[in-house]
Design a protein around this ligand. Structure first.
Ligand SMILES: Cc1ncc(COP(=O)(O)O)c(C=O)c1O
Length: 380
């Protein structure tokens, strides 16, 4: 048989690779973005209850109405946004599915999609699998600010979409009013769509506020915003996320969702809706993770790593240029094998493997895990 791969450049996932190696060497795994602590017991209890409440068959294709209503209520209380739960909110199998569906539903073969790198690694394969062309803008370390003039220069008549992530994985940067203003200016009068990955929406530090393009006139009508209950409620394994987009875009996104997964786990949706009704735990997330970041930062102060500023999300970037000349992949492998710490080489979040001698570590971990990790990093 003769067939050509549509994604010849997609190899083994760097997160799976590092996690497998971490398991083999019994390393402290700070590579993948998931907590090592339990979710709220109430949430778990609600899953058990949901299972005995007739939730064992398919959920409605766009998501459970009561869950979408809860999301709309939180969009109102958190961002003062009036979102039509029936026509503008879709529940999907994690933010990942919603991001894929947004791209697959709107990007035509030959269309260009601007990616801001380093970035989470599911955007480019989604673009390329539907025949789109990724046009990459690289942010510069250590500031990792977006130079909007450079983005403007990348815009062409073929630009269909710009993909953004705020708070950013892996840089920890948060888009502000200035960024939104620039985005408004660049997209005004064009048909350019936005895919804004906002899975870390509730994790912003130092009093910073999360801003979504959904809040800005001129941006809202062109935005697919992707969110993740996995991140908000410490249940990444459940893979439940959602997309908020205007009705016309949502209708297109659902055509892909309907034919890719049809619907998302019914009992988990039920439990999350129940939990959202009773709990405002998401409001404590920023303080919860800011304290963890600070605890870890203080412990890392005694290492030879230079830690970059982190304004949001749950990752820190560590610069190891003073420690080694190795490329970041080799350095990460050695960290696991010799020091028992797993991290992500940031070059793997760039299409061209651009290497600034940076590694990414996740601080969504128990305090004792972070302190043990810092102890091991001191030896490096
Ligand atoms: C920036 C970003 N977007 C999306 C995802 C995936 O979210 P989900 O697990 O809800 O698919 C992640 C997970 O690490 C992420 O970091």
């Amino acid at each position: 048989m003769n067939f050509k791969s549509k994604l010849p450049n997609v190899g083994r996932h760097i997160f799976s690779h590092m996690t497998a190696l971490a398991n083999e060497y019994h390393a402290v795994n700070l590579s993948q973005g998931f907590p090592d602590f339990d979710p709220d017991p109430d949430l778990l209890k609600f899953v058990g209850e949901a299972l005995s409440k007739n939730t064992n068959q398919y959920a409605p294709m766009p998501g459970l109405p009561q869950l979408r209503m809860q999301i709309a209520a939180k969009m109102k209380s958190g961002y003062d946004l009036d979102i039509d739960w029936e026509n503008e909110i879709t529940i999907g199998t994690g933010a990942t599915e919603m991001i894929f569906a947004a791209i697959a539903a709107t990007v035509w073969p030959g269309d260009e999609v601007i990616l801001v790198e380093p970035c989470y690694d599911c955007y480019r394969p989604a673009v390329e699998s539907v025949g789109g062309k990724a046009v990459v803008y690289k942010m510069k370390a250590p500031e990792f600010r977006i130079d909007w003039k450079a983005i403007r220069e990348l815009v062409s008549p073929k630009t269909r979409m710009i993909c953004l992530c705020t708070p950013n994985n892996p840089t920890g940067k948060v888009l502000d009013q200035y960024d939104m203003g620039q985005l408004m200016a660049i997209t005004a009068g064009t048909d350019i769509l936005l895919m804004c990955d906002e899975v870390y929406q509730y994790m912003t530090f130092g009093g910073r506020q999360h801003l979504s393009p959904l809040q800005f006139p001129g941006l809202r009508e062109r935005t697919f915003a992707a969110f993740s209950f996995g991140k908000t409620y410490h249940v990444t394994g459940w893979k439940v996320g959602y997309c908020v987009a205007p009705a016309a875009l949502t209708a297109e996104l659902r055509k892909v969702h309907q034919n890719m997964t049809y619907c998302t786990s019914h009992p988990f949706q039920h439990a999350i809706a129940h939990y959202m009704e009773k709990s405002d735990s998401h409001l404590q997330l920023a303080a919860f993770f800011e304290r963890k970041r600070d605890l870890f930062l203080e412990a890392l102060g005694q290492t030879k790593f230079n830690v970059l500023d982190c304004d949001g999300g749950y990752f820190l970037l560590l610069d190891y240029a003073e420690i080694s000349d190795e490329n970041d992949f080799d350095f990460c492998v050695r960290l696991i094998k010799e020091f028992g710490i797993a991290a992500i080489p940031v070059s793997h979040l760039y299409s061209d493997l651009h290497d600034d001698r940076l590694i990414r570590i996740c601080f969504a971990k128990k305090d004792e895990t972070l302190l043990e990790a810092a102890r091991r990093l001191k030896a490096v």
